[in-house]
Design a protein around this ligand. Structure first.
Ligand code: F6P
Length: 405
């Protein structure tokens, strides 16, 4: 018989995106009137044992018997609550915890035997992303008593303890392993009939953005002359445009502003950050503008006059043309997509995300969400006095070009 109740059990080391996925799954199902509830072991522990003892990394040491018992106790409370929830009106119960040991998962399977259990393992070992995620994690109130360096050390130690008992999913009946940075399914095995499976699977591989504000840096000295690339500063006008952007976005809460590594995007982001409460500018190399190679810092007119072969070849096939010693749209694609994944991952706990980029770069970012034909990408309109507001969720896709002044 078809069973439309389901347990979802998250698996993975700390800071791998488990809670974000849980929250988003809950949100999606609730929006579709499917009663869903998250049971989070960490929140339960923080509520009932808000003491330094449980915030110390040694609390996660597999050899620390009393702590192991206490954590098992919290896990069992949530297991029983989840079971009770599905016995009443609940349809989907999500157990959000590390659940990295086979022993813990056996405990879960043993107790949750009345409906299918789907394990979702989140994997992400990108060093740069992990460092940034861990720094974010250490801003949680439980690390208030430590300075940032000690908090990071403490968190890394906690991760090492979990690594000691980590057994990847394999023996479980139903599971999905997901690269949570790239939204890529690494392995799936489903033996039971799970009614929501295709919805969950599709959800896991979709880039979800509620509000992406895609901005092009404001006016620079190079823009005045139609010069490409380089690392120019903003003009007076550009600085005023940046202030106008800051005022416009003042009431939209931004945790991060992602930029390229050039002055013009960082200078555009700075006034915006200033009017925010707690916002970090993250310059990513992946968001640098198309590299003009030997043409860098030249005007379009100069290229046309001095290197007509380059001008003509690019005109003939702008998407596939690669500047000598530089890039083309075609070769930018991989790195830009990597940048998008990084930005979405780091920003995963917030509904708003801002990228301050460049003309070529922003075309590639738009193309990622818009599915434009390659030959049309290098011509997408990217003005400096407007920005794109993009929404891309499982059931809503929206692209709006808006003025900020
Ligand atoms: O603002 C100029 C610029 O960002 C250059 O740095 C870059 O080479 C160019 O736009 C990309 O646009 P196109 O591909 O149309 O030359």
């Amino acid at each position: 018989m078809k069973d439309n109740k389901l347990y979802i059990v998250m698996v993975g080391l700390p800071a791998r995106g488990k809670s974000t996925i849980s929250i988003k799954i809950q949100e999606t199902f609730r929006k579709n009137h499917i009663p869903t509830m998250i049971f989070n072991n960490g929140n339960l522990r923080r509520k009932h044992r808000p003491t330094k003892e449980t915030y110390h990394a040694g609390f996660y040491d597999p050899e620390n018997k009393p702590a192991v018992e206490l954590r098992k106790k919290f896990a069992l409370i949530n297991i029983n609550r989840a079971k009770k929830y599905l016995r009443s009106k609940g349809q989907i119960a999500i157990l959000d915890a590390t659940n990295v040991s086979r022993k813990r998962r056996e405990l879960i399977e043993e107790h949750l035997n009345d409906h299918p259990v789907l394990f979702i393992e989140c994997i992400n070992n990108d060093k740069e992303i992990l460092d940034l995620s861990i720094t974010q994690k250490t801003k949680m109130p439980e690390f208030n008593h430590l300075d940032q360096d000690s908090a990071i050390k403490n968190f890394l130690e906690r991760i090492r303890y979990y690594e000691m008992i980590y057994t990847p999913l394999w023996d479980e009946k139903n599971f999905i392993k997901i690269d949570s940075l790239n939204n890529k399914l690494l392995k799936e095995r489903v033996s039971d009939h799970i009614s929501y499976y295709s919805r969950i699977r599709d959800f896991l591989v979709t880039d979800i953005v509620k509000n992406l504000f895609l901005i092009r840096h404001t006016e620079t000295y190079f823009n005045l002359e139609d010069r490409i690339g380089g690392d120019p500063e903003l003009t007076q006008m550009g600085k005023m445009q940046a202030i106008a952007l800051a005022r416009f976005f003042k009431n939209k809460k931004l945790s991060f502003i992602f930029t390229s590594q050039t002055k013009r995007t960082v200078q555009t982001a700075e006034p915006i950050k200033k009017l925010q409460q707690d916002c970090t500018i993250v310059p990513l190399k992946e968001f640098n503008e198309i590299d003009g190679g030997i043409c860098d810092s030249m005007t379009y007119q100069e290229i046309r006059e001095r290197m007509p072969e380059i001008y003509l070849a690019r005109k003939a096939d702008k998407y596939n043309y690669i500047y000598p010693q530089g890039e083309g749209y075609v070769t930018m694609k991989g790195r830009v997509e990597k940048g998008i994944k990084k930005a979405l991952y780091l920003n995963r706990n917030s509904d708003n995300i801002m990228i301050v980029g460049h003309r070529g770069l922003n075309r590639m970012i738009l193309a990622h969400f818009l599915y434009r034909r390659n030959e049309d990408v290098p011509y997408i309109y990217i003005p400096q006095d407007k920005f794109y507001h993009i929404t891309a969720t499982q059931d809503r896709k929206l692209f709006q070009l808006k003025k900020y002044e």
